[in-house]
Design a protein around this ligand. Structure first.
Ligand SMILES: Nc1ncnc2c1ncn2[C@@H]1O[C@H](COP(=O)(O)OP(=O)(O)O)[C@@H](O)[C@H]1O
Ligand SMILES: [Mg+2]
Length: 309
């Protein structure tokens, strides 16, 4: 069996931003700009970066909701099913369906099993995620945010996927509830040998959960490696700024104070050379050249010719 479940090779995703009166696209949003990535069985791969850097586009690409505009996104033969958990459980759960039907919807789509079987499955899953089985006839709005996210997780589990893509799974929740959901995800991963792609703008969440971390900037990975390397001794100037912006104690903030002073460059007209050049405190001669993701001595990859140590 292959250790690699999913492979991205120079994937680009563009969205039409403007059309002329003939309906022809005259301007595009460049959401992903050459993503190279492999997802390995059983790992938690954390994806971190500021709002707008392309994280949700990547999530949709991974689960097949979006096709690459260029490049390839391949699932290897040994990769089983894939499911997704979204940031806002209320808008991702059908408000008119009782919870047991929501949970087993992916199974219904795939196997058309009987209502009785699905009901039994919903009861088992509810128990595993900490929802009382006697509440399964209720509608989603009867539950708290944290409980709804548990329901969304049960739903993702119902078809026994190998990979779950988690797009900001705790960003809409109170801090105390966040920790409970993260712990539940860790427990389920151990029990079921799941592979997670955990997407978050929150460095603390990614640090807590991930084996490997990819840092994204303007639709590209700028640094990728073991979580302890990338978040412990960052080598890309952007990773450093991103980490500096997280308060040492207390709640992590959405965007950094350091980074907020400068604007994320538009993704309609991509910068020439290093994408981070205009915001980089270390920009120098040499940064006008396009930067490739290159291996560093310690095994990580960095998209910066200086490859700081
Ligand atoms: N369906 C879409 N149509 C047009 N632009 C989009 C669409 N989805 C995302 N974008 C744009 O692509 C960029 C990346 O967005 P997104 O992947 O949602 O980033 P993130 O999840 O990191 O905040 C943003 O500039 C966003 O406005
Ligand atoms: Mg997003």
């Amino acid at each position: 069996m292959s250790d690699i479940l999913l492979k991205l090779e120079s994937v680009h995703v563009n969205f039409p931003a403007r059309k002329n009166w003939l309906g022809r696209v005259t301007e595009q949003v460049h959401a992903l700009n050459g993503m190279d990535l492999q997802i390995r069985r059983g790992e938690t791969l954390g994806i971190v970066g500021e709002s707008g850097c392309g994280k949700s586009t990547l999530a949709q690409l991974l689960i097949g909701m979006l096709k690459p505009s260029a490049g390839a996104c391949q699932r290897t033969r040994d990769a089983g099913g894939m499911q997704m958990v979204f940031q806002d459980p209320l808008s991702s759960l059908d408000p008119r369906l009782p919870v047991w039907r929501i949970i087993t919807e992916p199974v219904w789509v795939q196997t058309r099993s009987s209502a009785r079987e699905r009901r039994r499955l919903a009861e088992t899953l509810a128990q595993q995620v900490g929802i009382r089985p006697e509440y399964l006839d209720r509608l989603p709005h009867a539950f708290s945010g944290g409980q709804r996210q548990r329901i969304a997780i049960a739903r993702a589990l119902s078809s026994s996927p190998d990979i779950i893509v988690l797009d900001e799974p705790t960003s809409a929740l109170d801090i105390s509830v966040q920790a409970q959901i993260l712990n539940l995800l860790v427990k389920l991963q151990q029990q079921r040998n799941l592979t997670y792609v955990l997407i978050s703008h929150n460095v603390s969440v990614v640090r807590h959960m991930s084996d490997r971390v990819a840092v994204m900037y303007l639709g590209q990975i700028v640094e990728l490696g073991q979580a302890s390397q990338v978040l412990g001794q960052p080598r890309h100037p952007y990773t450093r700024l991103l980490l500096d912006s997280v308060p040492k104690t207390g709640e992590p903030l959405d965007d950094s104070l350091a980074l907020r002073k400068t604007e994320l460059p538009g993704n309609r007209h991509l910068p020439v050379g290093c994408y981070f050049r205009d915001r980089c405190p270390l920009a120098a001669q040499g940064c006008e050249a396009p930067q490739a993701l290159q291996p560093a001595a310690d095994g990580r990859t960095v998209r910066c010719w200086r490859n700081l140590s």
